[in-house]
Each structure stands twice: as structure tokens, then as C-alpha cells.
Design a protein around this ligand. Structure first.
Ligand code: ATP
Length: 133
């Protein structure tokens, strides 16, 4: 087989499952591409989109942190949150993006910039994945 079985799960349940010739995710070490027969590994994920390619087509899922577990015939993404393009509420993501941008532009001491930066990344990722519908 030149495909791997893919599943994306969150604490709320399964979000996506399919098989793919190539999986591309954003780990804390950078972008990782996985094909069948990849060596087993576990890696933490950052906020970003996961891409699943097969037969010249691509599925995308937005992921906000968690872990990827790779086995030669199977890839599991255990995500804090994950959404397919159909599940994304773009209005909500736009609002989250505006809120985060306002916080990042606010210089008052009580603003947690790292938290705002993370919220901005989640919103930007969701808006980008929503376009893959
Ligand atoms: P918000 O400020 O809008 O809540 P957030 O980035 O803080 O956004 P999270 O804490 O990452 O939200 O996610 C909480 C839950 O809401 C998760 O189940 C996630 O899948 C879902 N979720 C968040 N934003 C969206 C969205 N734009 N569309 C659909 N589901 C979303």
C-alpha cells in the first residue's frame, strides 16, 4: 500500500478520517511530510493546517495544537481542537481574529500578548482552511 490511514480526533470526538498518500502537518520543529512506511514517531503540533493528499486532491483540517503519532501504515492526530472546512464558522473566526488583533495593538499591561497571538493564529488558520471548502 502506498497510502496511510489517517484519523484526526479531539477530546470531543473524531473529526476526520481517510487514507492519504501524503500528510503534511506543522510540528513544533517545522513542517513534516509523511508518506506510507514512515518511521514511527510522536511529535507535538503547533496551530496550523493539516493537509491530506490523495489522487491529486487535497483535504484540509485546522488544528490547534496536540500531537501526531506516526506508524508505518497509520497517522493519528490527537488535537486540542480541529475542524474540517465545513465545520468552520467563518464569522466567528473573523470576530476572534479582530478581537486578537485589538488586544495585540493594546499596550495596557493587563493584556496577555502570547494568548492573543495564539488566538490570532487559530483564527487565521480557520479562515484559511475554510476557503478549502
Ligand atoms: P473563539 O474565541 O471564537 O471561541 P477560540 O480560538 O478561542 O475561538 P478554541 O478554544 O480554539 O476557540 O475552540 C473552542 C471550541 O470551539 C472547539 O471545539 C473548536 O473546534 C470550536 N471553534 C472555535 N472556533 C470555531 C469556528 N470559527 N468555527 C467552528 N468551530 C470553532
Amino acid at each position: 500500500m502506498n497510502t496511510v490511514q489517517v484519523s484526526v480526533v479531539t477530546p470531543d470526538g473524531a473529526v476526520y478520517s481517510s487514507d492519504a498518500e501524503l500528510v503534511v502537518v506543522k510540528t513544533t520543529e517545522g513542517e513534516l511530510g509523511i508518506k506510507a512506511k514512515h518511521i514511527p514517531l510522536v511529535s507535538p503540533l503547533t496551530v496550523g493546517r493539516a493537509r491530506f493528499l490523495k489522487d491529486g486532491k487535497e483535504d484540509q483540517v485546522s488544528v490547534s495544537g496536540g500531537f501526531i503519532e506516526v506508524r508505518p501504515d497509520q497517522v493519528t492526530i490527537l488535537a486540542e481542537t480541529a475542524e474540517t472546512p465545513e465545520q468552520i464558522d467563518t464569522e466567528r473566526a473573523e470576530k476572534a481574529k479582530n478581537r486578537a488583533e485589538k488586544r495585540l495593538n493594546d499596550d495596557s499591561a493587563h493584556i496577555d500578548k502570547a494568548r492573543a497571538e495564539a488566538a490570532l493564529m487559530r483564527a487565521v488558520t480557520r479562515l484559511s482552511v475554510a476557503k478549502a471548502k
